[in-house]
Design a protein around this ligand. Sequence first.
Ligand code: ASP
Length: 588
Amino acid sequence: MTIQPLGTLARTHTCGALTAAATGKDVVLLGWVHRVRDLGGVMFFDIRDRYGLTQVVVREEALADTAKRLRPEFVVAVLGRVDGRARDAVNPKIKTGEIEVAAHEIRLLNDAKTPPFPINEDAPVSEEMRLRYRYLDLRRQRLQQNMILRHKTTFEVRRYFDEQNFLEIETPILTKSTPEGARDYLVPSRVHPGEFFALPQSPQIFKQILMIAGMDRYFQIAKCFRDEDLRADRQPEFTQVDLEISFATENLVFATLEPLMGRLMALVGREAPATFPRMPYAAAIARYGSDKPDLRPGMELTSLSEPFASSSFSVFRDAIESGGEVRGFVVPSGARYSRKDLDNLIEEAKQLGAAGLVWARHAEGGVQSPALKAAGEAAIRRALELAGAGPSDLLLLAAGAHGPTARMLGQLRLNIAKRENRLDPNRFEFLWVVDFPMFDWLEDEKRWEFMHHPFTAPLESDADRLESDPGGVRARAYDLVLNGSEIGGGSIRIHDQRLQRLIFTLLGMSAEEAKARFGFFVDALDYGTPPHGGIALGLARIVAILAGEQSIREVIAFPKTAQAVDLMSGAPSMVDPKQLKELHIRTE
Ligand code: ASP
């Protein structure tokens, strides 16, 4: 089949533009053949581009041969006249649904192999196929919409920060290791044998240096690289909306972010509240068993130790006596669960690491619980009352040390909430989680590790306990949580060089080590560092939530698999031995 040149032909309209108002006009459309319908005497096909679909009708005898050869994904130019469609042929679902274009010339600009999956259907296709042929997947409507939404999101971010006097400043990609707790991607230096650049895990140090440099307000749509053991929905390279503000307080950072979230929600016709609630980390763990609680399902965890402290139920009493507690939560309408459902719940809790799970509910003339005999009716009644369990509800209880018990129950709560359809996709619950612990204890290495990063300031009221009780010190760190996803995190930073040195020491870094890793930064701190703070938002996660997608891969044009492989380009791959030699690298 002969391919014809585009020549000087220019499109007059996109495939999503024509309406009844254009009836009678001569037009030129350029795009892909989406779907062909041959009705014998007449042929119809849809022509598609990013903007939409237009129906083309081929009535002219002279065009029949060309039209018959058209296949999906061929690239064509259609010259024709806009006709109104017969009333019963109108498609109210698309903007161009009232018209069709009667072709008087069709130019075949290119042919196409049969695609490995249909572009013109929403049929399920394996993700491997989709990633291998990403250019075809990206032609499909869902990803086209997601890319458009992602563009609108970044554009709105830029517009907003510009209005707020922020400067967009690029920071280096070839740099020194930055600390976000992951492994670095390293790039060998050819001109300095044996030396390496690290790709930034975030622009953290540079943005703080920009504050020292007097830039006052910085933002960047920044690429970050972390060589982590990949968890389900992580990417080795990802984009952050990164910002830093001089003379910042938590209130200033939050008041900067909240209206931005409102603007982004408006892109999909949603609203966000003017301000978001704040919850200390300790309360988030106690009430939801998570540092990123999903507030939608309710079902808060409560302490239920009181009824069991002196009861005869030794499992619960022992847990309390050894410094633990009894915690539980109510499953609304859970009283209907069958014995089998309840056994499954106990099994599920065990899978989540619980030693056991006890249920309780009201029943005709009394209460029911496997612990009824051991604990006594009064204790079970009191627990149901304390938890606020009504006649149709189910109470679930577990005992043990506070943290692990709350986390296990928190996970169980989420699993049940999902099954019970209590995670309403049309509700958006924002939350600031604040006052994170400053440090985590690494049992294997017998040392403290930073929880956010080593530049995070301690709460002023806790700072004097840094050396005596590091585990009890809270940080001026905060996360922005939306429907149980952490969409951003940041902190007020240390601007006092003395305190920064102390923190490095507490983290077990010798003066030499700190100097080797962060010397340039510590030097800079000595030259008049303003108080400052900031945050970084996960762009893909936000776009995914706005788009109603579960996975961030759906809003990334060229994502990697969970094994950190780009199936389309085949990266990572072997390289030419000559390249390795130039880089002074030997592989075994
Ligand atoms: N650099 C931090 C991160 O990537 C964010 C911040 O503290 O601003 O998580």
